[in-house]
Design a protein. Structure first.
Length: 256
């Protein structure tokens, strides 16, 4: 069973609302990447710097610690009480837990972490609202991601706990690989075409206006956040004042 896909009528919401919206300055930011690439860390920092509202995905997965607040946590019973029409980008994870985005939360968010389910549609809705959209892709070698996964999920020194975490990681990698392999192929193609856009034209990923790739383990994050946000200033623009625009050429690669 799938949640309802966002309607393009939803793009009318918030276009003429009163009050300042940071997205009018910075646009919208979509963060993507495989498991354990630092997406949540990057998102939290950007939200603190820009004032953009961070979208919290909903899940029936139990908290990994009492302090974890990166999701809206629901029991299976609570989740069943929510109408499916209000569940955007509904999926069931490899470990059987439900995951979705509340309709109202998505329409108010300025930063979203999404996997390959729903990402393209999210960009389309934001752009139809008149916002510039930056796709920020986080990547790390599989060895780094595997070590992070085990560190964050293993709560004892038991060999069985380690083996279970490793099995879970490998299973998730296998299930998610097709979607992310396809996404990374689009990213590589966009980068290749950007080398000579006059000859090849330009190609965007999900029709986002900008593409930025980051490897958090090898990046000066303080410098990155400063340069990244400075580059976004003035690109958002209040939708009610935006002029018709020509699709922007994607910007990829590391932040200068």
């Amino acid at each position: 069973m799938k949640g309802e896909k966002p309607s393009m009528d939803d793009t009318k919401i918030g276009v003429t609302g009163a009050g300042y919206d940071p997205a009018e300055t910075y646009g919208k930011i979509l963060i993507m990447g495989r498991a354990q690439t630092g997406k949540t860390t990057v998102a939290n920092h950007l939200a603190a710097i820009t004032g953009l509202k961070l979208l919290k995905t909903c899940t029936t997965r139990p908290r990994r610690s009492p302090e974890e607040n990166t999701y809206h946590f629901y029991t299976p019973e609570e989740a069943r009480a929510i109408p499916m029409k209000d569940k955007f980008f509904y999926t069931v994870s490899v470990d059987g837990f439900e995951r979705w985005t509340n309709r109202s939360d998505f329409l108010e968010a300025g930063i979203a972490i999404l996997d390959t389910v729903g990402a393209e549609q999210a960009v389309q809705i934001w752009r139809a609202q008149g916002y510039n959209v930056t796709l920020l892709y986080c990547e790390e070698p599989v060895e780094t991601r595997r070590a992070r996964w085990i560190s964050s999920t293993v709560r004892s020194d038991s060999p069985d706990a380690f083996d279970a975490a490793l099995l879970n990681f490998n299973h998730r990698e296998q299930i998610e690989a097709p979607g992310f392999d396809h996404l990374e192929q689009m990213i590589w193609t966009a980068q290749a075409l950007e080398i000579d856009p006059e000859q090849h034209g330009c190609q965007t990923v999900y029709q986002a206006d900008s593409l930025v790739i980051i490897q958090t383990s090898k990046t000066d994050m303080d410098a990155f956040f400063k340069n990244f946000t400075n580059r976004l200033i003035g690109r958002g623009g209040p939708p009610r004042h935006r002029l018709p625009r020509i699709p922007a050429r994607p910007r990829s690669g590391p932040i200068p």
